[in-house]
Design a protein around this ligand. Structure first.
Ligand code: DC
Length: 234
């Protein structure tokens, strides 16, 4: 554990739909840490650009838009541990789940200036520790010196099935084939991106959650984190 930090920095990466947010939230709650899903930041900027009519392929204009707004990360409810993104004081939780945002966010995530800008915000947010942060480049780029690094994986078919069941349970229409092809497309975008693509850090604990529940995954991470904390303290 680094002396200047109050608690650990736990970094987690993995592909879309693998359950990083569910697991990250469980781990953070168990430890009394904050939790943040950094994908929400890329989504928030994508939403803002679509709203403002900014061309998503104009890298400079999208970066200028990011810099023009005031970014805050705070829980929605008093005492909450999950930090949500606010732009100029406005919460964007619902807006950023719009299909248009999902489809277009990889264009914003490929913008080098935006990645640099958001990585800086993420480092500031995590600098004092006691945080679980998840995304695609947290273990490799944002916090390569994190106290614990996790790479969460699951087969594309299993991730598609989970999403399908979620939608069905919510009473929504769902097409398993369409969900799977969207997941494969997002994997390709994340893996082939030129700057800070998704990859396993050599020192990350890799967990394949294909046959595990989210609670089982969270328990494995907690055991790993506690072992690390003990080693660092000793
Ligand atoms: O996790 P998500 O699908 O909500 O992420 C939204 C987009 O942001 C997606 O295109 C992946 C990208 N992303 C990224 O490039 N780096 C991160 N640290 C987090 C998300």
């Amino acid at each position: 554990m680094k002396a200047r930090r109050r608690g650990l920095i736990i970094a987690m990466d993995g592909p879309a739909g693998v359950g990083k947010s569910t697991v990250g939230g469980l781990v953070a709650k168990a430890l009394g840490y904050k939790f943040i899903n950094t994908g929400e930041m890329y989504r928030a900027l994508t939403w803002k650009a679509l709203e403002s009519g900014v061309d998503l392929d104009d890298d400079q204009a999208v970066l200028a838009l990011a810099k023009r707004h005031h970014w805050e990360f705070k829980p929605v409810e008093e005492g909450g541990t999950t930090l949500k993104t606010f732009l100029d004081g406005q919460g964007v939780t619902l807006q950023i789940r719009d299909e248009r945002v999902s489809v277009n966010s990889s264009r914003v995530a490929a913008n080098p200036g935006v990645r640099k800008f958001l990585s800086k915000l993420q480092r500031e947010l995590g600098a004092s520790g006691s945080i679980v942060m998840e995304g695609r480049d947290i273990t490799t780029h944002v916090f390569p010196d994190a106290d614990a690094k996790i790479y969460l994986d699951a087969s594309p078919e299993e991730r598609a099935s989970r999403r399908y069941r979620q939608l069905k349970a919510a009473g929504q229409e769902a097409d398993r084939g369409a969900i799977l092809s969207a997941i494969l497309k997002r994997d390709l975008n994340d893996l082939k991106r030129e700057i800070n693509p998704l990859k396993q850090a050599p020192d990350a604990l890799v967990i394949d959650s294909t046959h595990l529940t989210m609670h089982q995954v969270a328990d494995r991470i907690l055991r790993h984190v506690r072992r690390k904390a003990k080693r660092n303290a000793g």
